[in-house]
Write a protein that binds this ligand. Structure first.
Ligand code: NAD
Length: 333
C-alpha cells in the first residue's frame, strides 16, 4: 500500500523518507541511491570544498537519478566560515529546488530560497524555533529530537514530546528526525502526526554510503550507549561516536573554562573525515545518533526503504488488531 502524506505529494517522492544532510556522507552516490529507492536523497553542500564543486556534485547526482533530490546547507560555528550564499546560488542555478536548512540564523537563506520558488525543509530542535521558521515561510519542518546525531540544540527534549508538541503547535507539515532507524519508529512518527521521517545514522550504514567498511561494521557492533555529547560547555552541543578523541574532548571540557581553541585540533572536521576515509574509528570526531542501538546490518538503500514500507504496513496492521480487540471487549457480540 502506498504511504501518501503531504511530504510525498509536495516533493513528488514515493516514500516519505528523507536522508539527512550529513557532513562527508551526503555525496552524489548516496543521495542518488536514496532518491532512486523512492525517498529524498540530500547532498550536503559543505562537504564540497567550494560552490563550484557543489555544481559538479549536483550534475553527477543527476547522472544517476532523474528523481528529485535536495541540498543541505547547515549554518553552525565553523573553523573556516563557508560562503553559504555562494553554495545556495550555485545549487539554485544548477536547478535544485528542494533545500534542507539547519542551524543558526537561517533567515536570509530561507528568504532567498522562498523568493525563488524553492521548497524549504528547515531542521530545528525546539518548537519556538520551528514556529519562527514557519513565519519565515518554510514549507516543512524537520523536528530534530535529542536522540539525533550531530547538533541536538541545548534544550534536550526527546522526539516523543517534541513531535506531540509539533502536532499541537505547527500549521505546516513536519517530519520526524532523530531516533528513527526502523519501521516501528517510522510508524510511530506517522502516528505522532509527522508527514515523514529524516534519517542520518541509518543511511550511513548502507552499501551506497561513502564511509569506510570498518566504520559501517563499528556502527553494526555498537549500542545506544556508544555516543557522547561534546561542546556542551561551548553551547554548540554535538552528539558523536564515543571514542578516544571524543572522550578526550569531554575530559578537557570537564576541567572547566575550556575554550574552542583547547579542543580545535581534536575536533576538526578535516580530522573526522579521515575516520571515514581510513576506517580508523578512533582517529577523530564522527557524528552518530543513539539509533546505533537499532542498526544491525548494512543493506542497500533500496532494501532499506522497502523494509520500511512493508514494516509500516505490518505495524499499522498490528495496531489495528489491538484497537479491534479493545472494541470487542467494550461491545461484545
Ligand atoms: P569544522 O571543522 O569547521 O568544525 C568541527 C566542529 O567544531 C563542528 O561541529 C563545529 O560546529 C564545531 N565548531 C567549529 N568552530 C566552533 C566554535 N568557534 N565554537 C564551537 N564549536 C565550533 O566543521 P566541519 O566538519 O568542516 O563541518 C562544517 C560545518 O558543517 C560545521 O559547522 C558542522 O557543525 C556542520 N555540520 C553539518 C552537518 C550536516 O548535516 N550538514 C553535519 C555535521 C556537521
Amino acid at each position: 500500500m502506498p504511504i501518501v502524506t503531504p511530504l510525498t505529494r509536495m516533493l513528488g517522492i514515493r516514500v516519505p523518507i528523507v536522508q539527512g544532510g550529513m557532513q562527508w556522507v551526503g555525496v552524489p552516490r548516496l543521495a542518488a541511491a536514496v532518491s532512486e529507492a523512492g525517498g529524498l536523497g540530500i547532498l550536503t553542500a559543505l562537504t564540497q570544498p567550494s560552490p563550484e564543486a557543489l555544481r559538479v556534485a549536483i550534475r553527477e547526482t543527476r547522472k544517476s537519478t532523474s528523481k528529485p533530490f535536495g541540498v543541505n546547507i547547515t549554518l553552525l560555528p565553523t573553523i573556516n566560515p563557508p560562503d553559504y550564499e555562494g553554495y545556495a546560488r550555485a545549487a539554485f542555478e544548477e536547478g535544485v529546488r528542494i533545500f534542507e536548512t539547519a542551524g543558526n540564523n537561517p533567515g536570509p537563506l530561507i528568504k532567498y530560497f522562498k523568493a525563488n520558488g524553492c521548497i524549504v525543509i528547515h531542521k530545528c530542535t525546539t518548537i519556538r524555533h520551528a514556529k519562527s521558521a514557519e513565519k519565515m515561510g518554510v514549507d516543512v519542518l524537520s523536528i530534530d529530537g535529542f536522540e539525533c546525531a550531530g547538533h541536538p540544540g541545548e534544550d534536550d527534549i526527546g522526539g516523543l514530546v517534541l513531535l506531540a508538541r509539533a502536532a499541537k503547535e505547527l500549521k505546516v507539515p513536519y517530519i520526524a528526525s532523530g531516533g528513527i532507524a526502523d519501521a516501528r519508529g517510522f510508524a510511530a512518527a506517522l502516528a505522532l502526526g509527522a508527514a515523514g521521517v529524516n534519517m542520518g545514522t541509518r543511511f550511513m550504514c548502507t552499501v551506497e554510503s561513502p564511509i569506510h567498511q570498518n566504520v559501517k561494521d563499528k556502527i553494526v557492533a555498537s549500542t545506544e550507549r556508544d555516543t557522547v555529547h561534546i561542546f556542551r560547555t561551548l553551547h554548540n552541543t554535538a552528539r558523536v561516536f564515543k571514542n578516544k578523541v571524543s572522550m578526550e574532548v569531554v575530559a578537557i571540557e570537564k576541567r572547566g573554562n575550556a575554550k574552542f581553541e583547547d579542543v580545535r585540533d581534536l575536533v576538526s572536521g578535516a580530522r573526522g573525515r579521515q575516520v571515514y576515509e581510513t576506517g580508523d574509528v578512533d582517529y577523530g570526531i564522527w557524528s552518530a545518533g543513539i539509533t546505533l542501538g537499532l542498526i544491525d546490518d548494512i543493506p542497500t538503500c533500496k532494501e532499506l526503504i522497502q523494509r520500511f514500507e512493508s514494516g509500516v504496513e505490518d505495524t499499522v496492521g498490528a495496531l489495528s488488531q489491538i484497537v479491534q480487540k479493545e472494541n470487542a471487549t467494550v461491545c461484545p457480540v
